[in-house]
Design a binder for this molecule. Structure first.
Ligand code: RUQ
Ligand code: CUA
Length: 766
């Protein structure tokens, strides 16, 4: 073991001195040879050149895709289509410790439905926070359709911070959609249901079942939704679907479409025609237009009542206050998408081959003149189609969603049945291009496509079926995201990316440089509440304390040991472990797992996490770090000893394995002296360069200095034992002294490499 470590160190040193192996091993094959061997065309090569990202390269955009039924969010880069992260949102995710540590369990607990834990979600539509209609890179929201919930993810650390449960709905599809200054997040119901939790027979469907749209108030400073300031519009039982917030001239308004405005209830088992027949009889459904700005004023003025503790605006009040209107829209519509300038809304009906473009100017005129063609059965004014429509364009069979280009008037609509993307001009009402995709596209997404200033460039087609596009992996196929170049007049398909996690419905893409994620937490940080943890622990302050019958272990983790290494408790005790990661270096995460407990913790630099459990069975429980964090990662271990009740120690002294002599001690000291020379040379290199100009290096140097300090303490202990002639302890402490040196050297070399690769310059030696 020691020999190996020494080898590792000298190898590190060799690399640091530039003595590494040369890199001339490239194959001599020409581009033509490779093309021939792999059957690639010129077009393929062009696509490859547009997406290929050389090693170490970064992407221009980051995509946040819904993870569908996985209840997570998937993050990947464009144009490389490389997956970077899964964010646990509604579903426990062990690698991140999400749903395993006490802190994140609290977040999931917020999402309980009628007291029941829900350990998954059907995520559909992510949305970024906005400032004046542009993505600001601060937070991301995503909805759960199955249980009407919205989650808040902080883009500072890509962690889920909050889950809110809709106080009225039993499902929610039309969320999350953000108003232009993130004032509110829209969440529309889907399947009509009573607003209460009670049983209501279907015979009372028209009177007691309801749809709705909730406007969740968002506090930009706190980064949390504010349920007590949020409000819901009661709506007829029309199966409200997707929504979008107005902007520019339509700022202050929200748009929500619906299907099954027939209010049909199926019952195929009783011989009734099924939902699908009854819900598609009428030629049109309704686009709902709601005035959130005026509604917020009513709420602020105390004019809206609370129902079960939440503000709810009944249909009659919304009509009276002129907050709610309907406009006919194409049969069984799916998406409603407001143009970047807020002047038009595009809606497509799944059972109509046209996309309908509405004019906000016309709609406003009709509202002002109170020109309505009728009222619906609930008294809501209906604006006639001719008084709202700008144009209708035949885009293909089964149009769903529309995305806006950076070029004026240019849009892309997903065509589900025809499996294609139609590029068209909504001002002139003409089709410009069509591209076949594989297969059955749902949503599509252009770069910053929901903002007031879309970037165009790339489009991602989120396909419902992959069928034969990839190597077969059993009956459940991966999803397929196809990257399309939209920079030219003709769309060009570039790349197929299999996505093996849930059915991502929608995705949003943001310019990568708008995000400034942290690489470490402030020390002792509770990342879920975003404040210092009351359980934070500093180096050397580790302790065990019994408070109110609970044994609290205040521990730390650092390469390569967990403090404490032995935890002794009595059978039946409740134990609460708290670990703080003392590292500052980027990516130095430690994990924690223990035998017989369903737990994995992810302890990122600076983070404090807790795990509380009952030690209900006497026994021996090994624990260890689950991240390969250093050469001696396997040794990052410990024992939880659960003693039987009333156990009396029979003087169980710790037994020693290997015995050490003076010669062993001296050999170790010699190694340590040599290692110190390596450290000194690295330190010399770093301090002779402008390392303080590089934040990651400063963090590494801080960590290295700390490790070197520990080395000094261990050295002192070794020398004290040697002076007493106790070569057993002297040798072991000399070994620990060397461990700290190795970690110092490791970080020092990483800092040195960073400086060399990032153009550090020599400065005058001080
Ligand atoms: S939806 S495509 Cu939520 Cu369109 Cu799935
Ligand atoms: Cu820490 Cu392995």
């Amino acid at each position: 073991m020691k020999v190996n470590n020494k080898r590792t160190l000298s190898l590190m040193l060799g690399l640091a001195m530039g003595l590494g192996a040369s890199t001339s091993a490239y194959s001599q094959a020409s581009l033509e040879d490779v093309m021939k061997a792999r059957g690639l065309t010129q077009k393929d090569l062009l696509a490859a050149a547009k997406t290929y990202t050389p090693t170490g390269g970064r992407d221009e955009y980051l995509v946040f895709a819904s993870g569908g039924q996985s209840g997570q969010v998937i993050v990947y880069g464009i144009p490389s289509m490389r997956i970077l992260k899964y964010i646990g949102v509604f579903t426990p995710e062990p690698w991140q410790g999400y749903g395993f540590d006490d802190e994140s369990k609290e977040v999931l607990k917020q999402g309980r439905i009628q007291g029941k834990d829900i350990t998954w979600g059907d995520t559909h539509h992510p949305a970024f926070t906005e400032t004046e209609g542009d993505y600001n890179g601060k937070y991301l929201f995503i909805n759960d359709k199955a249980n009407p919930r919205i989650a808040v993810i902080d883009l500072h650390d890509f962690e889920t911070k909050q889950i809110v449960v809709n106080p009225f709905f039993k499902s929610s599809h039309g969320g999350a959609f953000v108003t232009p200054n993130s004032e509110y997040v829209m969440e529309a119901a889907q399947y009509a249901a009573p607003f209460s939790a009670d049983f209501v027979p279907l015979s009372e469907f028209n009177d007691k079942y309801r749809g709705g749209v909730t406007y969740w108030k968002f506090d930009d400073k706190k980064g949390r939704l504010q349920p007590d300031q949020s409000f819901t519009f009661e709506l007829p039982p029309y199966s409200q679907d997707l929504s979008d917030a107005g902007k520019g001239p339509s700022y202050g308004w929200g748009f929500t479409n619906s299907f099954c405005s027939e209010r049909y209830v199926g019952g195929i088992e009783k011989g009734r025609p099924p939902f699908e027949a009854g819900c598609s009889q009428k030629d049109t459904d309704f686009l709902h237009i709601t005035n959130w700005k005026k509604a917020a004023e009513l709420v602020a003025a105390g004019k809206v009542e609370k129902v079960n503790g939440s503000y709810m605006i009944p249909i009659a009040q919304a009509v009276k206050e002129e907050l709610l209107y309907l406009v006919p829209e194409p049969k069984s519509p799916h998406g409603v998408d407001v143009s970047p300038d807020g002047t038009h809304m595009i809606v497509s009906g799944k059972l109509d081959s046209h996309a309908w473009v509405y004019s906000w100017e016309k709609i406003q005129k009709a509202m002002a003149a109170k020109k309505f063609e009728a009222k619906d059965p609930y008294g809501i004014p209906i604006i006639a189609l001719k008084d709202a429509l700008h144009t209708q364009v035949a885009v293909g069979l089964g149009p769903l969603h529309t995305q806006y280009d950076s070029k004026k008037c240019t849009v892309y609509t997903s065509i589900y049945v025809d499996s294609m993307v139609t590029k068209w001009d909504y001002c002139e009402g003409k089709v410009l291009d069509q591209l076949h995709i594989h297969y059955n596209i749902g949503h599509l997404m252009a770069m910053e496509g929901d903002s007031v200033s879309p970037d165009g460039k790339y489009l991602v087609s989120l396909n419902k079926l992959a069928i034969d596009r990839f190597n077969p992996v059993g009956p459940l196929h991966p999803q397929n995201h196809q990257l399309i170049d939209i920079s030219g007049d003709k769309m060009q398909l570039l790349y197929d990316m299999p996505l093996p996690l849930g059915e991502p419905h929608y995705a949003v893409a943001i310019k990568a440089d708008k995000l400034k994620p942290a690489v470490r937490y402030k020390s002792g940080w509770n990342s879920r509440t975003d404040e210092r943890s009351i359980y934070r622990t500093r180096a050397g302050r580790e302790k065990t304390e019994k408070v109110d019958g609970v044994t609290h272990v205040y521990g730390t983790v650092i390469r390569s040991h967990i403090t404490p290494e032995i935890i002794e408790v009595e059978e039946g005790e409740t134990v609460s472990l708290h670990f703080t990661n003392l590292e500052r270096a980027e990516d130095e995460v430690h994990g924690f797992a223990i035998y017989g407990q369903s737990v994995n913790l992810s302890i990122e630099p600076g983070k404090t996490v807790s795990y509380t459990f009952t030690a209900d069975k006497a026994g021996v429980y090994p624990y260890y770090c689950t991240e390969f964090c250093s050469a001696l990662h396997l040794e990052m271990q410990g024992y939880l000893l659960v003693k039987p009740k009333g156990y009396q120690s029979k003087g169980d002294e710790m037994v020693e394995g290997q015995q050490y002599t003076k010669a062993d001690y001296e050999k170790q000291v010699k190694t340590n002296v040599e290692t110190q020379a390596v450290i000194d040379s690295v330190v010399g290199f770093i301090t002779s360069h402008n390392f303080k100009d590089f934040a990651p290096v400063v963090a590494l140097v801080e960590d290295a200095t700390e490790q070197l300090g520990f080395a000094g303490e261990a050295k002192k202990k070794a020398e004290d034992f040697a002076a007493k002639g106790d070569y057993q302890n002297a040798t072991l402490w000399a070994g620990q002294w060397w461990q700290y040196q190795v970690k110092t050297a490791d970080m020092g070399l990483r800092a040195k490499t960073y400086l060399e690769q990032n153009g550090a310059v020599k400065v005058q030696a001080k």
